[in-house]
Design a protein around this ligand. Sequence first.
Ligand SMILES: NC(=O)c1ccc[n+]([C@@H]2O[C@H](COP(=O)([O-])OP(=O)(O)OC[C@H]3O[C@@H](n4cnc5c(N)ncnc54)[C@H](O)[C@@H]3O)[C@@H](O)[C@H]2O)c1
Length: 372
Amino acid sequence: MHWAVGVAALLGMGGQYRRKCTMGQVRIRTVLDRTQHRTIQQQGCQSMHVLVTGGGGYIGSVATERLIERGYHVTVLDNFERGHREAVHPGAVVETCDLRCTDAVTDIVRASGADAVMHFAALTLVPESVEQPGPYFATNTAGGLNLLRAAADAGITRFVFSSTAAVYGEPAELPILEDTTKSPINPYGASKWMTEQMLDSFSHRYSINHAIFRYFNVAGATHDRGEDHDPETHLIPVALQTLLGKRDHFTMFGTDYDTPDGTAIRDYVHVVDLVDAHITALERLDQPLGAMNLGTASGYSVKEIVDAVARVTGKDLPIRIGPRRSGDPAALVADSSRARELLGWTPRRSTLDDMIGSAWDWYQRHPNGYST
Ligand SMILES: NC(=O)c1ccc[n+]([C@@H]2O[C@H](COP(=O)([O-])OP(=O)(O)OC[C@H]3O[C@@H](n4cnc5c(N)ncnc54)[C@H](O)[C@@H]3O)[C@@H](O)[C@H]2O)c1
């Protein structure tokens, strides 16, 4: 979509695009395995209905899986442009819909009967957002506005939003606290920060209790669901794809940082630990929770990850050393005390061995991602 259309939608002038959405959109509603829902209900589990946007993506598909396993009803809203229909748990109702389609989003949210929203859908590639900011603001910000309006219209009072460490930009102090200055340095981070601010305003006006999670780096897999992005830019899957012969070599960008081993340090959380924080928040959203970082406060260096990949897989990674990439700080780690205090959150699976091991198991079963 052209950027001007996104801005027009954001300003409430998206008539032309809305018409196109209404006419051209393929909206497919799939209800699979209702019996399974009933069985779970009979077992006396949760009966809350959660609308999961981006449920065909990496984190949203794991959230859908974990919610259904715990007895929640789930409706997934996704256009599957960057996700996978096959990644959606068969117990979910699927609405194939683009978040930019104002009217369709309003209809779906109202008709779903959802009590709560978990909003994962987004465009997420930083370099792409610099090249093409329009689609990023159209999907992440205007799409977020469509969803918020629809949630308010439907009387939804619980809203969990996936945000990102990119809202902080390049912070002067570590570890990063939630009240660290928000100074995004790319359109991706800016589009997410704008959505956080809209959520805050809607929460006050429409009594929507919200939790915002700012993720740093997410890794790992469940038995059935893993990371399948195209292009893949995240370090652990890139290393594992190299071992699978999908790439010639793995490049370490910068070995002269002011860190103990000279490589950059980032904060990683296992996708299951991350999703479980969302589900706990959902259950506690009878009151507003606000923004929380999700990280481990310690972080791992690129070299530590590369060594762990070799140890866990028993294979040598062909490595090249490259220059630092611009905009890559030496270290980014999160202070997550707020999530630990408010939710009693303790990451249990966020060790390198578990994150790499679970992802490696999934890739070995799916060497070409969800297409295998
Ligand atoms: N993966 C990470 O390490 C990480 C880090 C920080 C923040 N996040 C945030 O977490 C969320 C999920 O990330 P992910 O890695 O699972 O992303 P993903 O790309 O795997 O999934 C995003 C999903 O959103 C869907 N989507 C995109 N545009 C849409 C639109 N216009 N309408 C409807 N659906 C649309 C895609 O089809 C896809 O299924 C994102 O909001 C992202 O900003 C992720």
